[in-house]
Write a protein that binds this ligand. Structure first.
Ligand SMILES: [Zn+2]
Ligand SMILES: [Zn+2]
Length: 155
């Protein structure tokens, strides 16, 4: 039920995009906040606070939740796929780049997928055509592909 590979251990430096976004928001990257960002960077998809807590055993749980809230407010982290009261978190799309999600309806795992630019042009074309039919200006899109993940399909 985890969202990705192993978390890094010692106090890693956040990526340049994270630093810039944090600076723009006037956000100080404390050790706990840096650890949360690093754990999210190591994940292959949006991750629950509980999964983050398992990876970040040296960050107190209250500090983890506070860090997540502050990072969401600053626009560094996005809260996505809130299902059955459980929110998932990922780095903001303008930090990680445009992507879509595979959502497992059985275990709730969410996996990032990055379409090729020609595939995404096709999707954007459909989005723009639908928006235009409704006099709507599309500013972006998110595609969720729903189904059952490989782990849940294997008995
Ligand atoms: Zn699954
Ligand atoms: Zn897209």
């Amino acid at each position: 039920m985890t969202g990705g590979s192993t978390a890094p251990t010692a106090d890693p430096a956040p990526g340049e995009h994270v630093l810039r976004r944090a600076a723009d928001a006037g956000l100080r990257l404390t050790r706990a906040r840096r650890a949360v960002v690093a754990a999210l960077e190591a994940c292959t998809g949006p991750t629950t606070a509980a999964d983050l807590a398992e990876r970040l055993t040296d960050v107190p749980i209250s500090s983890l939740y506070r860090s997540l809230a502050v990072l969401v407010d600053a626009g560094v982290v996005a809260r996505v796929h809130e299902t059955e009261g459980t929110a998932r978190f990922e780095l903001a799309e303008d930090i990680t780049g445009h992507h879509h999600h595979l959502v497992c309806r059985s275990c709730g795992t969410v996996i990032d997928v990055r379409p090729t630019s020609s595939a995404d042009d096709t999707i954007a074309g459909i989005v723009e055509a639908e928006a235009a039919r409704h006099g709507f200006t599309a500013t972006g899109h998110h595609v969720d592909i729903e189904g059952v993940c490989a782990a849940c399909r294997t008995p």
